[in-house]
Ligand binder design. Sequence first.
Ligand code: SF4
Length: 332
Amino acid sequence: MKDELILRVQGLLTEFYTERGTVKAVHDVSFDLHRGERLGIVGESGSGKSVTNLSVLKLIQYPTGRIKAGKVLFKGEDLLGQSEESVRKVRGKHISMIFQDPLTSLNPVIKVGKQITEALRLHHKMGKKEAQAKAIELLKLIGIPDAENRVEDYPHQFSGGMRQRVMIAIALSSDPEILIADEPTTALDVTIQAQILELINSLSDDKGVATIMITHDLGVVAGMCDSVCVMYAGRIVERAPIDDLFYDPKHPYTEGLLNSIPRVDRDQNQRLHSISGAPPNLINLPPGCSFMPRCGYAMDICGKKTPPEIFLEGETKRTVSCWLHVKEDKHG
Ligand code: SF4
């Protein structure tokens, strides 16, 4: 089932227009997602991971921002070329999104049951009673105890973890084929975080839902994803199956990220390293590799030309954008 290509993003380029200039938020981003696959998109704040996924859902508001180029092929059909009405039918029904903060995503003055049944009635044209029964079933599925009574509660009557479960129930109410989760556990403590990730994993396994997990936390992707794209300054700088990335990172930025998290397979007395410097200003990106001011391996060419994204030798799933991995006779 994981062989079926369900989403192909090609050459995505998204910009925002500010008084200070044009922010190149996403630059030439491409990736594939297969049915049932769990893909992690990792990077620091401002790396373009959330904007990539908002672009996939065509949620970039003009004139503040604009998707300038690229394709988002959902089952072969380019969403970016379709009318807002057609995309709205895909959004919410076939592709659902879970956001970071459920309290701001849920309507505080509407009972959670009604918020779920509204989604069910919209997407499945269900009657009131049928939608209510399905809402209770969904709340049970995502582990809300006493679901028959809790459907009558308001969001503030739920804990943070339970509210995030309600958001997942709403996202699942349309039986989506793709679930995009944008930092879904950042606001939760670690125990609840583990429960939510386990829930998303089991739903993905049971229902074959493909998942895009957007996070700054490599621990989150380690626990749940099949493969990872690492983003920096609006570009994918490395992509790899999960184990390859953790055991043999190729891009200096990925290496820096991994060195900055505690790991059980490392000497416990070893110091953690932070990546020095700060991400670049996306309004005035310097020529060449955007990571150069922070990179300990930088060479002359790094400041002159942007490294191409290449497949590692003998690999079909691992790519990297770094001059260290481009043969010298190809430096041009
Ligand atoms: Fe470092 Fe150069 Fe590779 Fe950029 S291209 S990550 S500066 S070695």
